[in-house]
Design a protein around this ligand. Structure first.
Ligand code: MN
Length: 255
């Protein structure tokens, strides 16, 4: 690659989020950086796309855009509407999310989905997440500098891999990282709360979801790596078929 790499950045915390701004600033050392991110927070939007209403666009300055949709909408538009990018990007980065995306969170995460939307279309992509409560400038900037080192290595490795595409899910530990570990997706257990309430008009509504109560501390998982102070790097599959259950499906089909 003789030209400077083109790097597209999105997130799910919204275009004004600190993690995204720090990643944008740090990644500019690597190449031509373009941000297309949600106008408002879209955490836990998973891989949804918006097809039932128009998508509005704001251009704040050169190479800094927002779309009033999901992270997947942002990547889709950036790739298929010509005005955003000078050419097909070499790398897509998503984050740095405020809050970890460990274990089963990879299914709910808008941050991961933004990266996956690019990887599904053959572009190497990385989702970055930092622990909750990590919005102090020094910590965000430290994570961004580690993110850029990983992005740089990933660019080189993807180039050497001759077009084999990868999707990486990266989580940073709380303190200065002791190193980087390749991990598997673990299991996080959250409270399964439903809180029914009434609005001032007397109509009932619900809050769902809860806080983390347990994370599987099995050796080799993403959660265990960050807990022990390492940067966790997990390659995520793009293939949805569960090969281990083909035989079960065949038994269902036969009867
Ligand atoms: Mn988020």
């Amino acid at each position: 690659m003789s030209e400077r790499p083109v790097i597209l950045i999105t997130n799910d915390d919204g275009v004004h989020a600190r993690g995204l701004r720090a990643l944008r600033a740090a990644a500019s050392a690597l190449g031509h950086v373009i941000v297309v991110a949600p106008t408002r927070e879209q955490s836990a939007s998973s891989h949804s796309i918006t097809i039932d209403r128009p998508l509005r666009h704001i251009e704040y300055e050169a190479d800094l855009h927002s779309i009033d949709g999901t992270p997947a909408d942002c990547i889709y538009l950036a790739l298929f509407e010509r005005r955003f990018l000078p050419r097909r990007p070499d790398l897509v980065l998503s984050g740095i999310n405020h809050g970890h995306n460990l274990g089963t969170s990879v299914f709910y995460s808008g941050t991961v989905a933004g990266a996956r939307e690019a990887a599904m279309r053959g572009i190497p992509a990385i989702a970055f997440s930092a622990p909750p409560g990590s919005t102090e400038v020094e910590r965000v900037e430290r994570d961004a500098s580690h993110a850029v080192i990983i992005a740089q290595r990933f660019l080189t490795v993807s180039r050497d891999a001759g077009g084999a595409v990868a999707l990486l899910n990266v989580n940073f530990p709380k303190r200065d990282p002791l190193g980087r570990l390749v991990t598997r997706v673990g299991r996080q257990v959250y409270e399964e709360n439903v809180i029914p309430r009434r609005d001032p008009g007397g109509r009932e509504y619900f809050w769902i979801g809860g806080t983390l109560i347990d994370s599987e501390e099995r050796e080799g998982t993403d959660a265990s790596a960050v807990e022990r102070g390492y940067v966790s790097i997990t390659p995520l599959a793009l293939e949805a078929t569960f090969d281990a259950q083909i035989e079960l499906a065949e038994r269902v089909a036969r009867e």
